[in-house]
Write a protein that binds this ligand. Structure first.
Ligand code: GLU
Length: 450
């Protein structure tokens, strides 16, 4: 049995029913096999045995009172996965689907993603099964305060720096930061994604989406192609999808779709970003409202999607940007995309494609940018926010954006060079996994058995 297989088998036995965690680790371990054939030091130092177990994980009760006076209780999580190259860093996800397995998959991905950014950030992730949807601002505030009443003792600017993810945006980060400050009496750079006038960074809201498009451009450039004049499909309607669409217009492409938990819109004239922002960020309404206002848009509810498929991927495109959530692009979706001539998939979400879908993209040798590389722009600008906080010196939009662009170029260059080194030149899954892993694993060896 190979080193990777042995660790994976043991992990599944020890952590039953953490399916998303198994999936994320499996994808990585399979692609690391060529590295272990070449380098025996990782097995000798039991790096895999160590790296798949979080350094620490906290599960806590989050009690809060809703507007009607009812007492509600949610689960809170923070998984502190790895500090080999920097303090724990990664977002908080508030969504009913959150459980320990989901947070561990996200935390594991974050270790390698953060390593690829070239910045000094370890890996962590947290969240809750709390659903901010339909809650009043006051309910969200009370929940965030209760969440922080426990979390504050585990985090700190040099220990663990949480940020946003699904269900956690500027509003939630504000309430979390306010409560952290009240409990500790410290104004620290303890969270990223902060408001601009109290320590946030320009470009942080745009970073994941912009970065994902920069990454697609790098993949295409190597093949003498570009996004200019091309039809692109995007899933999701959150921060990542919105700023992917915005950047696609800036590079001359035509983004035609968006989706939420209830359905999708296909606007052949191109998605109206201002309208999308208004509906999703201001009114917090479903996408059905978009189609009511913009007549060129066609709305399809989830119930009308073909069985086992996501309606977004049925729309023919040159490039696809999955920017909603894990496992939103199945093997069946991948087949449809490829049949329709899709040449590029750049993942804004974390693990949006199933391992079977990834296999098809790799076999077809299209430009496939796995999430941990393509969506690293968000956490990279979080790292730049930490740098600005530490130096008490805010940077201009242009400076942050040019750093982001350079970081995305360097992530592509590193993943691509590593893929070539291991004789599989178009396989950026292998390239990103080996490049991200090597840096963390070597740091772990340097720091001894801890
Ligand atoms: N949640 C984002 C991610 O998946 C950003 C994390 C951060 O900024 O720390 O990378």
């Amino acid at each position: 049995m190979s080193y990777s297989t042995r660790i994976l088998t043991a992990l599944k036995e020890k952590n039953p029913s953490q399916n998303e965690f198994h999936q994320a680790v499996e994808e990585v371990l399979i692609s690391l096999a060529p590295l272990f054939d070449k380098e025996k030091k990782y097995e000798k130092h039991a790096i895999l045995e160590r790296i798949v177990i979080p350094e620490r994980q906290v599960i806590f009760r989050v009690p809060w009172v809703d507007d009607s006076g009812k007492i509600c209780v949610n689960y809170g999580y923070r998984v502190q996965f790895n500090t080999a190259i920097g303090p724990y860093k990664g977002g908080l996800r508030f969504h009913p689907s959150v459980n320990l397995g989901v947070i561990k998959f996200l935390g594991f991905e974050q270790i390698l993603k953060n390593s690829l950014t070239t910045l000094a950030m370890g890996g962590g992730k947290g969240g809750s099964d709390f659903d901010p949807k339909g809650k009043s601002d006051n309910e969200v505030m009370r929940f965030c305060q209760s969440f922080m009443n426990e979390l504050y003792r585990h985090i700190g600017a040099h220990t663990d720096v949480p940020a946003g993810d699904i269900g956690v945006g500027g509003r939630e980060i504000g309430y979390l930061f306010g409560q952290y400050k009240k409990l500790t009496n410290r104004f620290d750079g303890v969270l990223t994604g902060k408001g601009l006038n109290w320590g946030g960074s320009l470009v942080r809201p745009e970073a994941t989406g912009y970065g994902c498009v920069y990454f697609a451009q790098e993949m295409l450039k190597e093949r003498g192609e570009s996004l200019e004049g091309k039809v692109c499909t995007i899933s999701g309607a959150g921060n990542v999808a919105i700023y992917t669409i915005e950047k696609l217009y800036q590079v001359g492409a035509l983004p035609v779709t968006a989706s939420d938990s209830k359905g999708m819109i296909y606007d052949k004239e191109g998605i109206d970003v201002a309208l999308l922002k208004e509906i999703k960020e201001v009114k917090r309404e479903s996408l059905e409202s978009y189609a009511k206002i913009k007549k060129s848009a066609q709305y399809t509810p989830v119930s009308a999607y073909e069985e086992g498929c996501n309606g977004v991927w049925a729309i023919p495109c040159f490039a696809a940007f999955p920017s909603a959530t894990q496992n939103e692009l199945s093997q069946k979706d991948a087949k449809i995309l490829l049949q329709n001539g899709c040449k590029c998939v750049s993942e804004g979400a974390n693990m949006p494609s199933t391992n079977e879908a990834i296999e098809l993209f790799l076999q077809a040798k299209i430009c496939y940018g796995p999430g941990k590389a393509a969506n690293a722009g968000g956490v990279a600008v979080s790292g730049l926010e930490m740098a600005q906080n530490a130096s008490m010196n805010p940077w201009s939009f242009e400076v942050v954006d040019s750093h982001l662009h350079r970081i995305m170029e360097s992530i592509f260059a590193n993943a691509s060079a590593t893929a070539k080194e291991f004789g599989d030149p178009t396989n950026l899954v292998l390239g990103a996994n080996i490049a991200g892993f090597r840096k963390v694993a070597d740091a772990m060896i340097d720091q001894g058995v801890v």
